[in-house]
Design a protein around this ligand. Structure first.
Ligand SMILES: C[S@@+](CC[C@H](N)C(=O)[O-])C[C@H]1O[C@@H](n2cnc3c(N)ncnc32)[C@H](O)[C@@H]1O
Length: 229
C-alpha cells in the first residue's frame, strides 16, 4: 500500500513538473526543431520571421555571433542560425560579425552542421569597424554584441557600443529596414537604452517591445503589388 501511494505521488509530481516545463518551453517549431527553447525571444523572433517574409529581405546583419550554436537558443538566442535558416529558404544572406575568434569558431561549426555555409558569412572584426565599411543597403539589422552585465560601467559601455553600431550603419538603412536589439529588458535599460532613445528622436518607431525590441521606420510601407502575383 505504501509502495502504491509513493508511486502515485512520484508520478503526479513528475507529471506536474513536465506540464510546468512544457508551459515554459517556447519553440519555433516547425521552423526549428521543437526541442530548442527560445523562451523570452520566441515572440520577437516570430515577428521578425514574418517581417522578413513581408519585406522580402535579402541583406541581414547581426553583430555578435551565435557562440553557442543552436544549443544557446535559450541563453544567447542562436540568432545566426535562425536567420541563416530563413536566409537559406529565401535566397538571402546573413553577415554576422564578432570580435572573438572563439565565438566565430564555435558558430562556424554550427553553421556547417546545419548546412548554412552558402547563406551565412562570419567576419572577424570589431562590429563598429565592420559596419562602417559595409557597402550594401541593409534590410535587417540585429544588434547583439558587447555583452551586458550587472556592472554599471559595463552597462554604459555596452549601451554606447550599440548606439555607435547603429550610427555606423545608419546611412545604409532604408524605409523598410527592420531593426532588432537584444537584451533590452534588463536593469539599467539593457543594450538598447541609448540606441532606442536615439532612434526614437529620428524616424523610427517601436514595433514590438519585449526582451528584444523591434523598430521600424515611420515610412515603412509594404509593396502590396508584390502580393497580387
Ligand atoms: C550575446 S553574444 C551574441 C549572441 C548571438 N547573437 C546569438 O543570437 O546567439 C555576444 C557576442 O558579441 C561579441 N562581441 C563583443 N564585443 C564585440 C565587438 N566590439 N564587436 C563585435 N563583437 C563583439 C562577443 O564576442 C560575443 O560572441
Amino acid at each position: 500500500m505504501i509502495g502504491l501511494i509513493t508511486f502515485l505521488i512520484l508520478t503526479a509530481g513528475g507529471l506536474i513538473f513536465l506540464i510546468i516545463k512544457l508551459k515554459k518551453h517556447k519553440s519555433l517549431y516547425p521552423f526549428i526543431p521543437f526541442r530548442y527553447d527560445f523562451r523570452k525571444r520566441r515572440d520577437t523572433f516570430l515577428r521578425i520571421l514574418k517581417l522578413l517574409d513581408d519585406t522580402k529581405s535579402k541583406i541581414i546583419i547581426e553583430t555578435g555571433t551565435s557562440r553557442k550554436g543552436l544549443k544557446g537558443s535559450k541563453s544567447n538566442g542562436a540568432a545566426t542560425i535562425v536567420f541563416g535558416k530563413w536566409a537559406k529558404l529565401n535566397k538571402a544572406h546573413v553577415y554576422s560579425v564578432d570580435i572573438s575568434m572563439e565565438s566565430i569558431v564555435a558558430c562556424e561549426a554550427e553553421v556547417k552542421k546545419q548546412n548554412l555555409m552558402q547563406n551565412i558569412t562570419i567576419h572577424h572584426s570589431d562590429s563598429i569597424e565592420f559596419l562602417k565599411n559595409f557597402k550594401q543597403k541593409v534590410d535587417f539589422l540585429y544588434l547583439d554584441s558587447y555583452d551586458y552585465s550587472l556592472d554599471k560601467e559595463v552597462q554604459i559601455a555596452s549601451q554606447k557600443h550599440h548606439l555607435n553600431e547603429f550610427k555606423a550603419i545608419e546611412n545604409k538603412l532604408h524605409k523598410n529596414s527592420i531593426i532588432m536589439i537584444d537584451d533590452c529588458d534588463l536593469s539599467g535599460g539593457g543594450k538598447g537604452k541609448l540606441v532606442i532613445e536615439y532612434m526614437l528622436q529620428k524616424d523610427w518607431i517601436i514595433d514590438m517591445e519585449k526582451y528584444q525590441v523591434i523598430l521600424l521606420n515611420k515610412h515603412f510601407k509594404l509593396d502590396l503589388n508584390s502580393y497580387q502575383q
